[in-house]
Design a protein around this ligand. Structure first.
Ligand code: LMR
Length: 393
């Protein structure tokens, strides 16, 4: 029976990791999958996380099961950062559960929406390719609107129209910050408008917050989402610690639920617990426990936030350097890169140019033209700009 299954292509983004590894050129540049890199091109474990892991190994006395909700100490310790220190539970209306990475949080959110009778998720495009892929796997429909205008800013008209055309019982997927793949975030004024429009529409907002702290700052990157949460009765929030704790392969994330009351939130989460049980039973513990230890220790928290500041500062420098090279690359507008946020921006290159920059120059980027700006360093950025000028000119 299994021979009925067709051969499937490898995930295009993850396949880039292997293609890059197999390239023997010493000066190759990896701008593919979204991991942070230092100016030496390394992706080290955060020092705060390393210290927490050491403490965990020394002090953990059991690895017995915790349950489908995972480490609730981790889930709750994160909440002041995500929802604000003042009233992180919004009077008990928000609670959550641990999930295997942001992807696990998304899977839970979409499946919960499906259980609640939602069939269509309105999604700005381009988006992270795994969003529509998970929705398709759940038999849900993605309805697309255009996220990015040609000048590298957000297409608010398209979002307004998508909200106006929404049907009863639709959900709207929003990227909280550091939009993947475009880096184009909404301005504070745009978030004000979006919060009001979403509240009027009755749409269920599902917010993917996978890069908090990598855009403008921990508070700034959550501010837009918080405006939406303040305006609506219900929402689902999918959170990832993969990037802002550098825990990628440990798969650390969470799903948070906002409803009208603490009792409703608890009831919705029992559905999340069943979904976790049928998918992975219980989330992996180690990374979330390490993040919890960081968050419970004031010194480690300070160290973690300082490390995050440094990462953000370096990415800002790379963005500024790329934008400043705009006049050296004919045929491409690089200026908007300085105004965008997080790991990613999209370059307006076609398939042939993306292949040419890989074959001729050993520069690896996603097929959409997305680059991971953290893959650029003061050591390789000149080569990258020259390569761009070669293929785009
Ligand atoms: C990315 O978009 O590169 C990251 O979110 C990693 C992934 O799993 O795709």
């Amino acid at each position: 029976m299994l021979d009925r299954l067709d051969q499937q292509p490898a995930d295009a983004l993850l396949a880039l990791i292997k293609l890059y590894d197999a390239d023997p050129r010493a000066d190759k540049i990896d701008l593919g999958v979204g991991v942070y890199r230092t100016d030496d091109g390394a992706t080290p474990v955060f020092a705060a996380v390393k210290a927490a892991e050491q403490k965990l190994v020394a002090e953990q006395d059991s690895k017995a099961y915790l349950g489908p909700e995972g480490d609730m100490g981790f889930v709750h310790a994160l909440m002041p950062y995500v929802f604000g220190a003042q009233n992180p539970t919004m009077d008990g209306r928000i609670d959550g559960m641990q999930a295997p990475g942001g992807t696990g949080g998304l899977r839970l959110a979409f499946a919960l929406a499906k259980r609640a009778g939602i069939k269509r998720i309105i999604t700005g495009g381009p988006t992270w390719p795994n969003h529509p892929q998970i929705l398709a796997d759940l038999g849900m429909e993605s309805v697309n609107f255009n996220h990015a205008r040609a000048d590298g800013t957000a297409d608010l008209d398209a979002l307004r129209t998508a909200i106006a055309n929404a049907q009863d019982g639709d959900a709207l997927l929003l990227h909280g910050c550091c939009h993947n793949p475009t880096g184009i975030d909404y301005t504070p004024a745009q978030w004000d408008e979006i919060a009001a429009l979403v509240a009027d529409s009755g749409l269920l907002p599902i917010i993917d917050l996978a890069y908090q702290g990598l855009g403008q700052g921990m508070e700034e990157d959550a501010a837009g989402m918080r405006k939406v949460l303040a305006a609506v009765p219900e929402a689902l929030i999918c959170y990832s610690c993969d990037k802002n704790f550098g825990l990628y392969r440990e798969r650390v994330g969470a799903l948070y639920v906002l409803t009208r009351s603490a009792a409703d939130t608890a009831k919705v989460l029992t559905n999340g617990h069943i979904l976790a049980r049928v998918n992975w039973s219980q989330p992996p513990d180690h990374g979330a426990a390490a993040a919890r230890i960081v968050l419970e220790d004031a010194g480690l928290t300070r160290q973690w936030l300082a490390e995050l500041d440094e990462m953000r500062g370096r990415m800002r420098e790379v963005r500024d350097a790329l934008a400043a090279a705009d006049n050296r690359v004919a045929g491409l507008d690089l200026t908007a890169i300085a105004t965008q946020n997080g790991l990613f921006s999209i370059l307006n290159l076609d398939k042939d140019q993306i292949l040419a920059i890989r074959e001729r120059h050993g520069v690896y980027m996603a097929g959409s033209g997305r680059i991971n700006v953290a893959g650029l360093t003061m050591g390789n950025i000149e080569k990258f700009i020259a390569a761009l000028a070669d293929v785009a000119g």
